[in-house]
Design a protein around this ligand. Structure first.
Ligand SMILES: Nc1nc2c(ncn2[C@@H]2O[C@H](COP(=O)(O)OP(=O)(O)OP(=O)(O)O)[C@@H](O)[C@H]2O)c(=O)[nH]1
Ligand SMILES: [Mg+2]
Length: 384
């Protein structure tokens, strides 16, 4: 499929940039000038320059919303000036960022301006993030999640595993872009060589990608025995390899997903043609059909010369409920309440301090008056 990619804010632009360098069309937009300068990509927009002078919102979602309201038509004009044919619009941002968290304003406008489906990949806050990012996320989730045609939550914590967040962003971003590139490959065939046994088209993605969704990948490194690898490993049945990879894909998603809560899915087997001819995608599809909560499963295979290994990608869609989203939402709410209480207590404390100094002042005034009073001599009675 041909997406038009829009990166908003730091995280959104960094991830989008990796896709744009692969030849996709799109724009990068941010309120922070120094972050935008970092990208050599041509189509960039500095948002809210008049208000922020290129300094970012510093996590302030109210300013972010003001800027997006002000700039949404500029962004649409810019899209119109550079877009060619596209199958969908793919927006990426961090849901806890001051700029990226205001993205629902833009998505709403995109929906009014274009017929194509609008998908949204939203970076979730990490438990390592500052509390205001978590609080922003909880404020934004209910506004953003239902806004797009398909919502792809990206759980940094799940992707990084045991690593620390700082210093690991590049690794996380390249993993996200790898997953998205696999998805975009569906229906975007450059030659007949890329047509598999069961050919999938863009409409298969569009018909599957609805509501809360996730992408997972299972990879099987093909040792350099090449063709002979599958022929000689009689102990490893071919459908079993594909099924094992499908299971791996389902547990290796961008957010942890309970497959039984999933109503729709798309399964794709990628790899060099010589392996795909043997394997096919049918066992993968059957496995997913058996395990998801719904019945709508599409499947196919794509011979892809760029890939040396055999790979299964799943798009799990129309997810009914997700524990991780719920957890982070509640965590953000608690943070927000905690911050509000800390604020209230600080104000009360300041008031008490103020009262205390007033008391000291009054006490001193009293002392002064008392001393003065003492100095006044009692009038003596006149003796007659
Ligand atoms: N995956 C990923 N997450 C990131 C990256 N940079 C920041 N984040 C996360 O994104 C959130 C912060 O959002 P940013 O994108 O920095 O904020 P913004 O949209 O630029 O908004 P401002 O507050 O105006 O700067 C936090 O949850 C970070 O952990 C990145 O390169 N990759
Ligand atoms: Mg920023």
């Amino acid at each position: 499929m041909k997406p038009f990619i829009i990166g908003i804010g730091r995280a959104g632009c960094r991830i989008a940039n990796l896709l744009l360098t692969k030849g996709y069309n799109g724009i990068l937009a941010d309120t922070e000038k120094s972050d935008l300068l970092f990208f050599p990509y041509r189509y960039k927009i500095l948002l809210g320059e008049k208000i922020l002078d290129g300094n970012g919102t510093g996590g302030d979602i109210d300013i972010g919303r003001e800027v997006l309201e002000l700039e949404k038509y500029n962004i649409i004009d810019r899209i119109d000036s550079i877009k060619d044919s596209m199958d969908c619009i793919f927006v990426i941002s961090a849901m806890g960022g001051g700029t990226g968290g205001a993205v629902d304003i833009l998505i709403d406008e995109l929906k009014k301006s274009y017929m194509e489906p609008i998908y949204y990949a939203g970076v979730l806050p990490s438990v390592e993030d500052p509390s205001e990012i978590l609080a922003n996320f909880s404020d934004n989730l209910k506004r953003i999640a239902p806004m797009s045609h398909g919502f792809l939550p990206i759980d940094n914590d799940h992707i990084k595993g045991k690593m620390r967040l700082r210093g690991w962003y590049n690794h996380i971003n390249s993993k996200i872009s790898r997953y998205l590139l696999d998805l975009f490959k569906v229906g975007d065939y450059r030659s007949r060589d890329e047509l598999g046994e069961n050919v999938l088209g863009t409409t298969d993605v569009i018909n599957t990608f609805k509501g809360i969704s996730s992408i997972g990948i299972g990879l099987h490194e093909v040792k350099d025995e090449g063709f002979g690898f599958f022929r000689h490993t009689s102990s490893e049945d071919k459908p079993e390899i594909v099924i094992a990879l499908t299971e791996k894909a389902v547990s290796n998603t961008l957010i942890s997903v309970d497959i039984s809560e999933t109503r729709k899915a798309l399964v794709v087997v990628y790899g060099p043609r010589k392996y795909l001819d043997f394997l096919g995608s049918i066992p993968a599809r059957l496995w997913v059909e058996k395990n998801i909560g719904g019945v709508e499963v599409r499947g196919g295979d794509i011979p892809w010369s760029e890939k040396k290994d055999l790979e299964v990608m799943v798009l799990l869609s129309a997810i009914k409920k997700n524990d991780r989203l719920k957890y982070l939402y509640q965590l953000g709410k608690i943070q927000k309440n905690r911050d509000e209480y800390i604020d209230k207590i600080t104000k009360l404390y300041d008031k008490l301090k103020n009262m205390e100094s007033k008391f000291i002042e009054i006490e001193e005034d009293f002392k002064e008056i008392y001393e003065d009073l003492k100095k006044i001599e009692e009038p003596r009675e006149e003796s007659s």
